[in-house]
Write a protein that binds this ligand. Structure first.
Ligand code: 3EB
Length: 342
């Protein structure tokens, strides 16, 4: 448990078997849930936004729930295919789109690019209508992220669909962009879950890294649309999301083939992002390694012990953390780490 136990937004990684046993009223303040790894989802009450993410859990129970709570009662709704729950200040939503429903067209636009675009367009329509225009954090998952299909890398196709939808939705594609991650799942539909706010958060960049929205064309014709972190000072207490962070310095992958060096480099990047966030927050609270909860994406399950040892050397073993298998968006990246806190 973390991120303000009493007031405001909180996140917990819980074994699915424990969540199953929670009484009905426990769900009243739940904004939404992501089920990580395989596991049947029938226990989630209807009306709770749900993302099923086929990223196998590498340590502990086979199925874990990432539970987002508001610390106050929530209101539920649906808009198109997006399910959401919200408080006065924030909205959590989830959408799953089967790529088979958006086949590639003769115009050369792939199924994944179409699904991505359709999902984001529906999300932005909801956010505009409901009055939470500022996308704060987006989690993106889809299978075969490193595969080449219809003539290009699937991660590139995703980036094209995302960037286009941001533009069509009247959003900036550089500068004021959300924190995000994009990972390859084992199977399943294109899945997006997100948190949006009434008041725009601050986008935080990393001085060690080129802004992702300025990556050179060698990483794809349309650049990714995300900031290294996003900080909401309008929430009490403030909330910080650190995007998926990998072993990239400048725009280049460092330490190919060396998972421990990549993990350590990722922590250098997270430390640099936290320093930037502290500069942006006059109060400077909750912005150290020990104040965050982590999700660690490991490409090769056999690397778990090495990654975990490196993780513990950096943050100790008193923080919430879940390790899952996922494909990182560049095929030379072996690990990626995201963090949430406040
Ligand atoms: C990177 O830094 C590694 O496309 O939304 C990290 C976080 C990465 C978010 C995204 C991709 C994304 O470029 C990959």
């Amino acid at each position: 448990m973390l991120m303000s136990v009493v007031r405001g937004l909180s996140l917990a990684y819980m074994p699915t078997t424990s969540v199953r046993e929670c009484p009905e009223q426990w769900w009243d303040e739940v904004l939404g849930v992501a089920i990580l790894g395989d596991g049947e989802a029938g226990f989630v009450p209807s009306g709770v936004p749900l993302a099923r993410v086929a990223t196998p859990v590498l340590a502990g129970p086979q199925s874990m729930c990432e539970v987002w709570r508001a610390g106050r009662p929530v209101r539920a709704g649906a808009h198109g295919r997006v399910r959401y729950r919200c408080t006065e200040s924030m909205l959590f939503g989830a959408i799953e789109l089967d790529e088979r429903a958006t086949p590639a067209g003769t115009d050369g636009v792939s199924a994944l690019q179409r699904a991505t675009g359709a999902a984001y367009r529906e999300v932005f329509a909801l956010l505009d209508e409901a009055g939470y225009p500022a996308l704060f954090r987006a989690w993106n998952y889809f299978p075969a992220i490193n595969a080449v299909a219809d003539g290009s890398e699937r991660y590139w196709q995703f980036n094209a669909g995302r960037q286009e939808a941001f533009g069509a939705g009247g959003r900036s594609t550089s500068g004021r962009v959300p924190a995000a991650c994009a990972l390859g799942s084992a199977h399943g539909p294109f899945t997006l879950y997100f948190i949006a706010l009434r008041e725009a958060p601050l986008a935080i960049e990393n001085p060690r890294q080129v802004c992702a929205y300025h990556y050179p064309e060698q990483y794809g014709p349309r650049s990714p649309t995300f900031a290294r972190a996003s900080l909401a000072l309008s929430l009490t207490p403030p909330v910080l999301f650190v995007s998926g962070t990998a072993s990239i310095v400048g725009h280049e992958t460092l330490h190919p083939g060396d998972v421990v060096a990549q993990t350590a480099e990722s922590f250098r990047n997270i430390a640099a992002v936290l320093a930037e966030a502290r500069r942006a927050d006059p109060a400077g609270n909750g912005l150290a390694f020990g104040d965050l909860a982590y999700k660690v994406y490991v490409r090769n399950p056999g690397d778990l012990d090495a990654v975990r040892a490196c993780f513990r050397a950096h943050v100790g073993d008193a923080v919430p953390v879940v390790y899952v298998q996922a494909d990182v968006c560049r095929d030379d990246l072996l690990v990626e780490i995201e963090a949430s806190g406040g």
